[in-house]
Design a protein around this ligand. Structure first.
Ligand SMILES: *Cc1c(COP(=O)(O)O)cnc(C)c1O
Length: 488
């Protein structure tokens, strides 16, 4: 690897800065762009819930980055030589070596995906009625901690909730409030401190290494354990290099090592880290390892496969190594940065600065005329699909639930997330995404709200069905056909 090859922000003669792809396409999947009337039909059939759309209805799938990143030729080729042993598989030996190289952790427990790691960690370390302070929760993390009777305390700074910000580290934890909590409740009342890299639900926002070092100091002062959710660690490390002055000249490998050295337990979802399946829990503490080891065969599988195929294990090993390479990891953040700046330049409300995993549109401002009880982020996701064929994900009140009196618990933020999985889309596709969003913004007054017609009590955003309040989807589709004569 030469250093000139680790940077993809090549200056154009014209003066523009364009993120260049440092890969070429070898295997492709065809996509389909249905006409606007077919998109309208599809979203109605899906109950205005983008989770219920199917691939033939979708032009660009920006639902999630989970398990949808493109694999490298190295990953795919290694999958062919995987060692199919129930116990003692050499594929696992290679994954262990990769974990040691990248995270500096000697002991590894493979699990079937990120939430399985959370299950194991929560079962062993979350004591009932204790607190688990963290920068911000992830959906599955919260569920597992609460299942054990623990209480999640989010100690983000006010900046984290500000849509348009230039704060480089909105994922930082508030150190003062962390220490205050431990002092007030006592260290016995805290199970562990959790830090999430590239904090997913607030827009893929990173924390700084300075902040993580402070967390470590507090943990040492009170003999507490630090657990690092490393599912999006590559992007966080990349943003540390870009945004934290002390690390401008460091390489990703050393930043990743330093991050993981500050945690007692590092776990990850390989669906994000390496574009395959699976996950792992890593530590250098024999004591912690022995405790967790007990229940892995019960829920996951034997300790050298953890419920995943050896092929996936090979892909994780290569994927981890690739996480140390800047021109691999920066692909998604640099596209997101480009998108966010363009969307902002066009005057649309978008979470800034750009982070990891996707671009997040602020539906509360975009659809200021739609009441939060009528699900502006859900309505925006549906409307955007109608006018683009692009599938995004609602991250707002539809993704929340109701209180005991049946009232919606209104979400802090109402976001339309457009995920940008690694190396999947081209820049012209990104230009299309921005262009159709711009068209929708010019016609935003036409968009109305939604209401539930079928509402599951748990995780309603996955399977719930809604309908439009009024006939705004039909009118929107008609207007689109008027302006784009071929309906595309
Ligand atoms: C995706 C994700 C998880 C859960 O991982 P799964 O593999 O989907 O179970 C946990 N934490 C973070 C930060 C994630 O992004």
């Amino acid at each position: 690897m030469t250093s000139s090859n680790s940077e993809n922000e090549v200056k154009f003669f014209s003066g523009r800065t364009v993120p260049l792809e440092m890969h070429k396409v070898k295997v492709v999947q065809s996509v389909n762009l249905p006409v606007v009337e077919d998109r309208l039909k599809a979203i109605k059939k899906a109950g205005f819930n983008t989770f219920l759309l199917e691939t033939p209805d979708i032009f660009l799938d920006m639902l999630t980055d989970s398990g949808t990143n493109a694999m490298s030729d190295q990953q795919v080729s290694k999958m062919f030589i995987a060692d199919d042993a129930y116990a003692g598989s050499q594929s696992f030996t290679r994954m262990k070596q990769a974990v040691l190289d990248v995270f500096g952790k000697e002991m590894v427990l493979p699990v079937h995906q990120g939430r399985a790691a959370e299950n194991v960690i929560s079962q062993i370390f979350v004591r009932p009625s204790t607190f688990v302070p963290m920068n911000y929760h992830f959906t599955t993390t919260l569920a597992h901690i609460e299942l054990r009777g623990g209480k999640v305390v989010e100690l983000y700074k006010p900046e984290a909730m500000k849509i348009k910000s230039d704060h480089p580290f909105k994922g930082n934890i508030d150190i003062e409030r962390l220490e205050e909590l431990i002092r007030k409740e006592g260290r016995e009342a805290v199970s562990f401190i959790r830090m999430e890299a590239s904090t997913n639900l607030i827009g893929g926002q990173p924390f700084s290494l300075a902040n993580l070092k402070e967390v470590r100091k507090v943990a040492d002062r009170y003999s507490l354990m630090v657990v690092l959710d490393a599912s999006l660690i590559g992007e966080n490390a990349y943003m540390i290099k870009k945004r934290e002055e002390a690390y401008h000249d460091s390489d990703l490998r050393s930043i990743l090592r330093e991050m993981s050295s500050l945690a007692d337990i590092v776990y990850f979802s390989a669906r994000k880290v390496s574009s395959s399946r699976g996950g792992a829990i890593c530590t250098n503490s024999k004591e912690l390892f022995e405790k967790m080891k007990e229940i892995v065969p019960l829920y996951e599988g034997f300790l050298t496969y953890g419920g995943i195929s050896v092929r996936e294990i090979e892909a994780i090993a290569v994927g981890l190594e690739e996480t140390t390479r800047e021109n691999v990891v920066n692909q998604s953040p640099s596209f997101i940065d480009y998108m966010v700046k363009e969307i902002d330049r066009l005057g649309m409300p978008v979470v800034m600065p750009g982070g990891a995993l996707g671009c997040h549109i602020d539906a509360m401002q975009f659809l200021a005329h739609v009441r939060q009880e009528e699900y502006p982020a859900g309505a925006l996701a549906a409307a955007y699909y109608i006018v683009s064929g692009v599938r995004g994900m609602e991250r707002g009140t539809v993704s929340s639930h109701r209180d005991s009196e049946g009232r919606d618990i209104l979400s802090d933020l109402e976001l339309l997330r457009l995920a940008v999985p690694r190396r999947v889309f081209t820049l012209s596709q990104v230009e299309y995404v921005i262009d159709r969003l711009n068209w929708l913004y010019a016609h935003r007054e036409m968009i109305g709200g939604l209401r539930f017609v079928e509402e599951p009590a748990v995780l309603r955003f996955f399977m719930g069905r809604m309908e439009a309040i009024g006939d705004w989807p039909e009118k929107l589709a008609l207007q689109y056909r008027k302006e784009f004569a071929n309906g595309l």
